[in-house]
Design a protein around this ligand. Structure first.
Ligand code: COA
Length: 319
């Protein structure tokens, strides 16, 4: 019998503190109008001084467990996508496991920057399909505000903090139809945080981005991943009920929607409210659209993301 993974529940969490474009006008040489027109962002949430990435992840995970009607002890795999782990080690997945008071199951982080959640779902899906796991907690959580140079208007206006989670369970019907992952490290200099462990922590600890170049590669690459995903499934554009894109810039999202011939009311958009929350953006958007009743059981969803590395990928699923 073929085993598939199905979404049993979704959850999310946003820090209380909100930073509007107006607030940013007082911090850096920018305007509300520029940010709205070039990115579609109106505001973003920012973690408080004592709030960590694992705090956000825990809240989203508990929210998803409640939605699935499950207990932490039902989980037998934790995969956490983050670019902003609380510590170098233990992994954030292990810290989350400790918070949830579950013991012994596999728990590890996946680092694919803004494509992190797509990577994490793809990995968890393979654990479930092979019969290794029956119930996986997959989290995307970020405190990207801590990687920002707040004086750099090219990055500080774009990002926000948050967390989203899904519970994937083994099922004899799909569920996840296919996942597609790619990376090309040749683009490492276009989007990076130079500091690290291997180089003795030399280099800036803040994000550096050549935004214009990233934008161009993102649009063409996401167009290609849409084609690849539909072709692999033998589907066409009309089979997709909802696009849940990574939320970086409304103009990138609109370009992918055009490629799919999807009207914008079939695209889940949160970039206006959340900014770019990196690995958290897709599960945050997914959870929002499930909870407000837009996305219903049986509908076909396409998730796609692009991020530092570069990395990119997609998940096609029946909800
Ligand atoms: N406020 C006001 N002006 C700004 C600004 C800001 N926050 N940031 C840049 N500008 C200025 C630039 O200095 C430039 O001025 P100039 O024409 O006098 O040189 C002008 O606005 C246009 O800059 P440009 O970088 O060409 O704008 P853009 O239309 O490409 O928009 C981004 C910039 C960053 C919003 C856009 O390139 C983008 O979204 N890129 C992708 C980023 C991304 O998705 N990264 C994460 C991938 S997961």
């Amino acid at each position: 019998m073929t085993i598939f993974s199905r979404v049993l529940g979704t959850g999310s969490y946003l820090p209380e503190k909100v930073l509007t474009n107006g607030d940013l006008e007082g911090m850096v040489d920018t305007t509300d109008q520029w940010i709205r027109e070039r990115t579609g962002i109106l505001k973003r949430h920012v973690a408080g001084p004592d709030e960590t990435c694992v705090d956000l992840a825990e809240a989203a995970a508990r929210n998803a467990l409640d939605a699935a009607g499950l207990k932490p002890t039902d989980i037998d795999l934790i995969v956490m996508a983050t670019t902003t782990p609380d510590q170098v080690f233990p992994s954030s997945a292990c810290l989350l496991q400790q918070r949830l008071d579950i013991h012994g199951c596999a728990a590890f982080d996946v680092q694919a920057v803004c494509t992190g959640f797509v990577y994490a779902v793809a990995v968890a899906d393979k654990f479930i399909r092979t019969g290794t796991s029956k119930c996986a907690l997959v989290v995307g959580a970020e405190t990207l505000s801590r990687l920002l140079n707040w004086e750099d208007r090219g990055t500080s206006v774009l990002f926000g903090d948050g967390a989203g989670a899904v519970i994937l369970g083994a099922s004899d019907e799909p569920g996840i139809i296919s996942t597609h992952l790619h990376a090309d490290g040749a683009y490492k200099d276009l989007l990076q945080v130079p500091a690290g462990i291997g180089n003795g922590q030399r280099g800036s600890p803040f994000m550096e981005m050549r935004g214009n170049e990233v934008f161009r590669v993102a649009v063409t690459t996401l167009g290609r991943i849409v084609d690849e995903t539909l072709e692999a499934a033998g589907m066409d554009q009309a089979d997709i009920d909802w696009l849940i894109p990574h939320q970086a810039n409304i103009r990138i999202i609109q370009a992918t929607a055009r490629k799919l011939n999807l009207p914008m009311d079939r695209v889940v958009v949160t970039v206006d409210e959340h900014g770019n929350t990196s690995a958290a953006s897709i599960p945050l958007a997914f959870d929002q659209a499930v909870r407000d009743g837009r996305i219903r059981r049986g509908e076909t969803l396409l998730m796609e993301a692009f991020g530092g590395g570069f990395t990119w990928g997609s998940v096609l699923l029946t909800y």
